[in-house]
Design a protein around this ligand. Structure first.
Ligand code: UT7
Length: 311
């Protein structure tokens, strides 16, 4: 039994915050943000729009795309570090709202690698035959833990949600291989302290430029493929310079990499599924393409999957 993606969906808030808007809040410039990160604007959720609400809207879209009913879900995995509450989980909140009464629900805390951790977890339950349909969501309302006085971090983040339904797919398709890892010794470089996020950008940068290419190559090898077999790369949208490092190591041309960072900034666990939705919508991923999804984040954590696209 191969586990693959049978439906995807995303939600981003309507409110756009541009680099020019940020120039009014902190000592920064559009030029600095563009050249150092690739970000031009990001979406910021209104006060009333909490994390679970964004997750629910993305999930609705994924269920429609997969053409299955919420009652058919066996498991809901929500990757987030900005849940509505310490507990209950966002997964439990949306289980009720979606009417997914047959689903087990839990959150996963792996920061920006969370969606990949969720996908890999889902793969195990599908391939053992334990479950049929698993909803995996990456969702963050980072604006509520952003320190709006710290220019080192305030310019980077945005809010949003992306979802995928993982189910059995036809032979040869689906998630071919995975790689995942954690290094708690780097916890001090990216964490939430009280209500606010703290990051040592340079340290995280160094870790990411090393790990993203390494993990991407590993997952290709584990799938029994070579990098020339890869058709498209979907990296976590944290910084265009980090993304380019991964793309170059895989030897892919610029048009073979998902790029949404200029529009949405770094949306942590939701950046990969949002970029996946955009890439499919723009016709950049075709049936039977080999795609690599790779993420890294606070923990430190990292993970990647190679997928042969299609049901
Ligand atoms: O999603 C997971 C995790 N996060 C990441 O992936 C982030 C990884 N790190 C990065 O993307 C980059 O390190 C940053 C974008 C955060 C920073 O870029 P950098 O090229 O590493 O800059 P830097 O931290 O070395 O700072 C260079 C200069 C400093 O000034 P001095 O000390 O050289 O005078 C900073 O104070 O840029 C200054 N600076 C800014 N200037 C204008 C830092 N932030 C800003 C800003 N606007 N927003």
């Amino acid at each position: 039994m191969n586990a693959g993606v049978i439906g995807i969906g995303r939600y981003v808030p309507d409110r756009v915050m541009t680099n020019a808007d940020l120039e009014k809040i902190v000592d920064t410039s559009d030029e600095w943000i563009r050249t150092r990160t690739g970000i031009e604007e990001r979406r910021i959720a209104d006060k009333e729009m909490d994390t679970s609400h964004m997750a629910e809207l993305a999930a609705d879209n994924a269920l429609k795309d997969a053409e299955i009913a919420a009652e058919e879900l066996d498991f809901i995995i929500v990757a987030t570090v900005t849940g509505d509450h310490g507990f209950p989980s966002v997964a439990c909140l949306i289980q009720e709202r979606l009417g997914a009464k047959n689903a087990v629900a839990m959150d996963v805390s792996a920061a920006c690698a969370g969606f990949i951790y969720g996908m890999i977890t889902a793969k195990q339950y599908i391939e053992t035959g334990a479950y049929q349909n698993i909803l995996v969501i990456g969702v963050e309302k980072l604006s509520k833990i952003t320190n709006w006085e710290d220019r080192n971090t305030a310019v980077l983040f945005g809010d949003g949600a992306g979802a995928a339904i993982i189910s059995p797919v036809s032979e040869g398709r689906g998630i071919l291989s995975f790689d995942m890892g954690s290094d708690g010794s780097g916890a001090k470089h990216l964490f939430q302290d009280g209500p606010l996020l703290y990051m040592n950008g340079r340290e995280v940068f160094k870790f990411a430029v090393r790990k993203m290419p390494e993990s991407s190559l590993k997952v290709v090898e584990k799938a029994g493929l070579v990098k020339e077999d890869v058709d498209f790369l979907i990296p976590h949208q944290a910084n265009i310079r980090i993304m380019e490092a991964a793309r170059e190591r895989l030897g892919l041309p610029p048009e073979k990499m998902a790029r949404t960072i200029h529009r949405f900034g770094n949306t942590s666990s939701s950046s990969i599924p949002i970029a996946l939705v955009e890439s499919v919508k723009d016709g950049k991923i075709k049936e039977d393409d080999v795609i690599v999804l790779v993420g890294f984040g606070g923990g430190l954590t990292w993970g990647s999957v190679a997928i042969k696209w299609g049901k």
